[in-house]
Design a binder for this molecule. Structure first.
Ligand SMILES: Nc1ncnc2c1ncn2[C@@H]1O[C@H](COP(=O)(O)OP(=O)(O)O)[C@@H](O)[C@H]1O
Ligand SMILES: [Mg+2]
Length: 380
């Protein structure tokens, strides 16, 4: 059992200058759903049963270093650096975790630490949303396992899932270029059945997120999706389960004035064309201070993510930032644009991909397909 010490702030500076890599987290109350929610409402929609603070992570963590002594990084984003860590804590159940048994072997975790001061409230809001998500049954199928928040350093602790959909798509695109064949040139770079499995899993996840968890993700793109190796294949051709991560732009549909929507993460710096819905990129939306993604924005972003997973091109509109912003503002034309581009053969006219994506990229957000209808379409 780990001994407990005074809290140590896990800010970047402190970690780098620290002689000891051991991060000790002070004990505090773990939040669990209250026993007496308001009667009549499903528990996951009950305001009284929603957490007011993120669930704390209470175990010791060891950040990992490579042979050169540098902290091992899984990745970086707009707000954070994600490090590799070990902990003797072993339970996969995030919210009702018993203390680790003595002698339990350590497990590898991913630790998301703020890059800058203004990222602290962003990660705190993200941790609150992840706590909410953990209180909604079914999360384990769709969202990266969240194990708690270290409030003294605004650090999020998750399971380590070291492969992003973006990396996987790039790897598959490189393989497709090497093995180019007229037989497969009209298939997605992932392979058609694998692409359909990714689409089905992510659309099912979005349906769950919007309708059960009542959360808008706000930043769906290939870099915000992790691929967890599948233990049981169940006839699937894809070796992974796609999971949503990075809820730093997310907000709670039931409490629009929550900390999440007040936090500075709504700023433009975190937006990623071409995956952002065009209505968020209009000049007036970009001037507005309260830029908030809606459920149809997520539908659009997921559709463009799936399009990139078909073509193998994560930039979609070329490498010039100005051109990408201009094209992204016209985002509802993305399918036509891609069809005339270098990878257009992978999105055949009237083919499966066009059929699945067209209604998800409608210009008018209100005309975009609802996730539950979209799920029926991809399953048909
Ligand atoms: N659980 C995880 N396991 C492994 N790598 C991760 C995990 N979560 C995030 N990453 C990596 O870190 C990167 C940045 O994380 P992200 O949550 O997108 O941060 P930000 O909110 O700063 O954008 C991701 O693109 C991914 O490469
Ligand atoms: Mg990110």
């Amino acid at each position: 059992m780990a001994t407990r010490h005074a809290p140590v702030a896990l800010v970047l500076q402190t970690v780098r200058n620290s002689d000891s890599l051991k991060l000790q987290v002070h004990p505090s109350s773990t939040l669990t759903p209250p026993a007496s929610p308001i009667p009549g409402l499903p528990s996951h929609l009950n305001q009284e049963s929603r957490p007011s603070r993120p669930q704390e992570f209470q175990q010791a963590l060891d950040l990992q270093r490579d042979d050169a002594g540098n902290l091992v990084e899984y990745g970086r984003g707009a707000w954070s650096i994600v490090y590799m860590a070990r902990s003797s804590w072993t339970s996969p159940a995030a919210s009702l975790t018993p203390p680790p048994s003595p002698g339990a072997s350590s497990r590898i975790l991913a630790v998301k630490a703020p890059l800058r001061r203004d990222a602290h409230p962003v990660l705190q809001a993200e941790a609150l949303i992840l706590t909410r998500i953990n209180w909604t049954s079914g999360w384990e199928h769709y969202v990266v396992p969240f194990h708690g928040f270290i409030s003294t350093s605004s650090t999020i602790v998750m399971s380590a899932v070291p492969l992003t959909l973006s990396t996987y798509v790039e790897d598959r695109a490189a393989i497709a270029r090497q093995n180019f064949s007229t037989r497969t040139m009209s298939d997605p770079v992932l392979g058609l059945s694998q692409w359909r499995e990714v689409a089905r899993a992510l659309i099912a996840g979005l349906t769950w997120l919007h309708n059960e968890a009542r959360v808008v993700h706000g930043d769906i793109k290939p870099h915000s999706i992790l691929l967890r190796p599948r233990l049981v294949k169940d006839g699937a051709t894809l070796a992974y389960d796609p999971l949503y991560t990075d809820f730093s732009s997310a907000h709670d549909l039931l409490s629009p004035t929550s900390l999440a929507s007040d936090s500075p993460r709504t700023s433009l710096s975190a937006l990623s064309p071409p995956f952002v819905a065009p209505e968020l990129l209009s000049v007036s939306a970009m001037r507005s201070l309260d830029l908030v993604a809606t459920p149809p924005c997520d539908v659009f972003s997921l559709a463009v993510t799936l399009l990139a997973a078909a073509t193998g091109d994560l930039l979609l509109y070329g490498t010039s930032n100005m051109q990408r912003l201009a094209m992204s503002r016209d985002g509802h034309r993305v399918l036509d644009y891609v069809r005339f581009g270098p990878n257009g053969s992978r999105v055949p006219r009237k083919g499966i991909i066009e059929n699945i994506l067209t209604q998800a990229v409608s210009k008018e957000p209100s005309e975009r397909i609802l996730p539950e209808e979209w799920l029926k379409l991809v399953e048909s």
